[in-house]
Design a protein around this ligand. Sequence first.
Ligand code: PEP
Length: 249
Amino acid sequence: MRRSLVAGNWKMHGRLDANRSLIDALVAAPRPACEVAVCVPFPYLAQAQALLAGSAIALGAQDCSVHEQGAYTGEVAAGMLREFGCSHVIVGHSERRALHGETDATVAAKAERALASGLTPIVCVGETLEQREQGQTEAVIGMQLDAVLHLLGAQRSSRIVLAYEPVWAIGTGRSASAEQAQQVHAFLRARVRHHGADADALPMLYGGSVKPDNARELFAQPDIDGGLIGGASLKAADFLAIASAVPSP
Ligand code: PEP
């Protein structure tokens, strides 16, 4: 039985008072069937850690450095995230790839650093609209995934969470259809299996304009084990509705 997870990616949103209201509402709600995590901006980790204490909701960050520590101004180490109670960290989000020039090798190194620090990396892969239209989806995401699988090897690869996030669906209101998402997830799972990792146990999330009204159909697909949620994770009611759309085991 695979674990399912719904993780919120707050991106660069939040204020102390808004964070408190949001997390208080999440903590007060009945516990959904899946694991739930919130990935908050670095400055709010301590606040979120305190507000989540004693709850079943996990804490995550949105990025980490490839380095363990040192003269890397502005960077945040995975070990630091661990000290603030993080269990998860997103690596390779398309916004980091596109806006910060992160390569497949960088993303793989971040996943490795996260694991070494006791964090579960949520490794994001996804194609642009142009790449999809040119029939390159599998080639692109296969390459993104291979970089991680090669560096980690089969055993450590079995400890990651994978998120398929088509770039054209992120923040656009245009989700992949359940069929499109399932097709890519099945491809990714086969690729993980081919590398010798425990593909049947590896949680694979879909991300890209997941909302309460499309979550159920997406999460009903056999290879989709939950979601990575951007915009809708900022509204407690929406995020909770999405989490409760994950089928019970
Ligand atoms: C994301 O930022 O990872 C994401 C999926 O965003 P959205 O849900 O807003 O499309």
